[in-house]
Design a binder for this molecule. Structure first.
Ligand SMILES: N[C@@H](CCC(=O)N[C@@H](CSS)C(=O)NCC(=O)O)C(=O)O
Length: 286
């Protein structure tokens, strides 16, 4: 069969210029086989029974917040909440009859104030989490390979510096999902031009800690500016326009992005150093 198809290709390419239909048919066949192969390798697997995942969006900063829960144990966590939407998140947690165990950050954000401090006030008993390397205040500090448990489920902490020094990604191996913060965005990645950013470190983090995961793991980033919601490790390995390049070319791209600074950087960084609780602008005081 393969020999037959190959000889068809050969004939189509070299021997019979007036009739290239067999070659076109074969190349269409290859394209559809490639499509099937890619789809098969990245098809998400169903979540465990009792596992809940809700993706929430902040239109202002284009930030994704994630609510994860064990609905049997009624235990929930929030990843990357935004202060202006802390009430939305707290109400959702309450509406679903869940107890919020942790409000977690993937890193010290520069474009918005974290909602973790406000959530702690709205939901007594909730504890905030950030990486030790982030240099920000929280109840619990995590490091590479730590585990965060809620109900029957857990997240593995993977240190992914580069956008900032303290960036981490959170992996749930049972559900095959990874929350990449600003390290890996869909068809993009976090900028590396402030907060001790480093293109080389970001590149190594993505390759060593995220692209080493199986292709079908779903990628949930902290932001999206183009209308995407999720991707997969396999898709990003194939199609991410920055990270499919070698490290030198990637570094050149990152050093020439020339992006304007985030509008809220001056209010966000000091507030995020203290879990989003101090130095708040008047409209956010509570
Ligand atoms: N316009 C937004 C900020 C946009 C921005 O800089 N996003 C960051 C993540 S938040 S620090 C980023 O890394 N972007 C990567 C990219 O390629 O766009 C604002 O003013 O808030």
């Amino acid at each position: 069969m393969i020999q037959c198809l190959l000889s068809t290709v050969f004939r189509g390419r070299c021997g019979y210029p007036s009739d290239n239909k067999p070659f076109l048919r074969f190349s269409n066949h290859l394209e559809s086989m490639k499509g099937i192969h890619i789809l098969r390798s990245i098809m998400p697997k169903p979540f465990s029974e009792n596992f809940l995942l809700r993706q929430l969006f902040d239109r202002e900063s284009c930030t994704y917040t994630y609510l994860l829960a064990d609905v049997k144990a009624c235990e929930a966590i929030l990843i990357d909440p935004v202060i202006e939407l802390a009430e939305r998140d707290a109400n959702l947690v309450k509406d679903l009859g869940l107890n919020l165990k942790y409000a977690i950050n993937t890193h010290m954000h520069a474009d918005h104030i974290t909602g973790t401090g406000k959530l702690k006030k709205l939901i007594p008993g909730c504890q905030s989490i950030i990486s030790k390397a982030a240099g920000a205040k929280a109840d619990i500090y995590v490091e590479n390979k730590d585990e965060i448990k809620f109900g029957n489920f857990k997240l593995e902490v993977r240190s992914t510096p580069g956008h900032t020094n303290g960036c981490v990604s959170y992996v749930d191996h049972d559900q095959a999902v990874v929350f990449t913060g600003d390290t890996l965005l869909i068809r993009g990645c976090g900028r590396t031009d402030f907060q001790e950013g480093s293109p080389e470190r970001l590149y190594n983090s993505v390759y060593q800690q995220i692209f080493s995961l199986p292709d079908h793991y779903t990628v949930y980033p902290a932001h999206d500016y183009k209308g995407f919601t999720a991707s997969t490790v396999g898709e990003e390995k194939r199609y991410n326009p920055r990270l499919t390049k070698g490290k030198d070319e990637f570094t050149t791209i990152m050093n020439n992005l020339n992006l304007p600074y985030p509008k809220k950087i001056d209010e966000s960084l000091p507030a995020n150093k203290v879990c989003g609780l101090q130095d708040l602008p008047d409209h956010l005081k509570f």
